[in-house]
Design a protein around this ligand. Structure first.
Ligand SMILES: C[S@@+](CC[C@H](N)C(=O)[O-])C[C@H]1O[C@@H](n2cnc3c(N)ncnc32)[C@H](O)[C@@H]1O
Length: 270
């Protein structure tokens, strides 16, 4: 088991940049049905911290707090920079792994973990650890994409979905069907099925050409610079990378085009 499942070959800013547009509104809305302003929260695998800071600023009061944990120092540094920039007092960031959360049993009212389990070698171990640090009656809110349920249209842009699945499969521990398996993983980890509330939400790029341009730009930069691969064979890999970049460029200017990523969510009350 590796504590850094995602940046195994070293931290890549071009990858983490593709997470910085995330907010509570677009990535954590399901949590708003249970959150209370005075809650003590944990964001397990907080990445660049944009969602963590949004929770702190706009959903918690000075009696509430949130801690973001991440196993990568570069991300903790950028989270702290964002915290200073946004002048947020009730958020903290610290190095830590979801497999060994640096807090005592029964610490948090609410835990949020977004697009983390999907990448883990041992998601069940992480789920058990989340349970340990949640207070009795507290909430565990998890959300994972199901990359195989992605819809890209028109058909000529299918390569965008294909590339995202191929590179995820090459990442070894990324589960391209993580979303649909989330409920079942929680039950296997010992969560009582009667206390799980499931939902789905989508990220949809369709109407706004400016949003599509930004999305394509971020992912083209990631394809060029992250070192993620679709094929082991170098020539084959370079060829699909270039074709995917071309497809992103065309897709982003096309009024007809859509990109829809489906996410599965669970809220568990301990
Ligand atoms: C796809 S990113 C999601 C980041 C953030 N939750 C967001 O949605 O913006 C996955 C994150 O999981 C983190 N991660 C990988 N292994 C981890 C572990 N063992 N414990 C905690 N976080 C981990 C990575 O560093 C990365 O930031």
């Amino acid at each position: 088991m590796v504590d850094q499942a995602y940046y195994k070959k070293g931290f890549q800013k071009s990858i983490s940049n593709t997470h910085t547009w995330r907010t509570v509104e677009n990535s954590g809305k399901f949590v708003t049905s249970v959150i209370k302003p005075n809650f003590k929260m944990l964001d397990a695998g907080c990445g660049p911290g944009t969602i963590t800071i949004d929770f702190a600023k706009n959903y918690l009061n000075e009696g509430g707090s949130i801690v973001g944990i991440e196993p990568t120092q570069q991300l903790i540094d950028s989270c702290n920079e964002l915290k200073r920039k946004e002048n947020v007092k009730n958020a903290e960031f610290q190095l830590g792994s979801i497999y060994d959360i640096p807090f005592k049993d029964n610490t948090f009212d609410l835990i949020y973990s977004h697009q983390v389990l999907i990448h883990l070698e041992e998601p069940l171990k992480a789920l058990k650890e989340l349970l340990r640090v949640t207070k009795p009656n507290g909430f565990i809110c998890i959300k994972d994409a199901d990359l195989e349920a992605t819809v890209v249209s028109p058909k000529k842009y299918d390569l965008l979905k294909e590339f995202s699945i191929l590179k995820a499969k090459n990442a070894v521990s990324t589960d391209t069907k993580a979303g649909r398996k989330l409920r079942s993983k929680a039950i296997k980890a010992g969560y009582d099925p009667k206390r799980i509330k499931s939902s789905i939400s989508q990220w949809l790029l369709a109407d706004d050409l400016e949003d599509k341009r930004k999305f394509a730009e971020m992912f083209i930069d990631r394809i060029k610079n992250s070192g993620e691969i679709a094929y082991q064979d170098e020539a084959k890999n370079e060829k699909i990378k270039q074709k995917t970049i071309d497809a992103y460029n065309e897709w982003s200017k096309d009024e007809d085009s859509i990109y829809c990523i489906t996410n599965f969510e669970i809220i568990y009350q301990k």
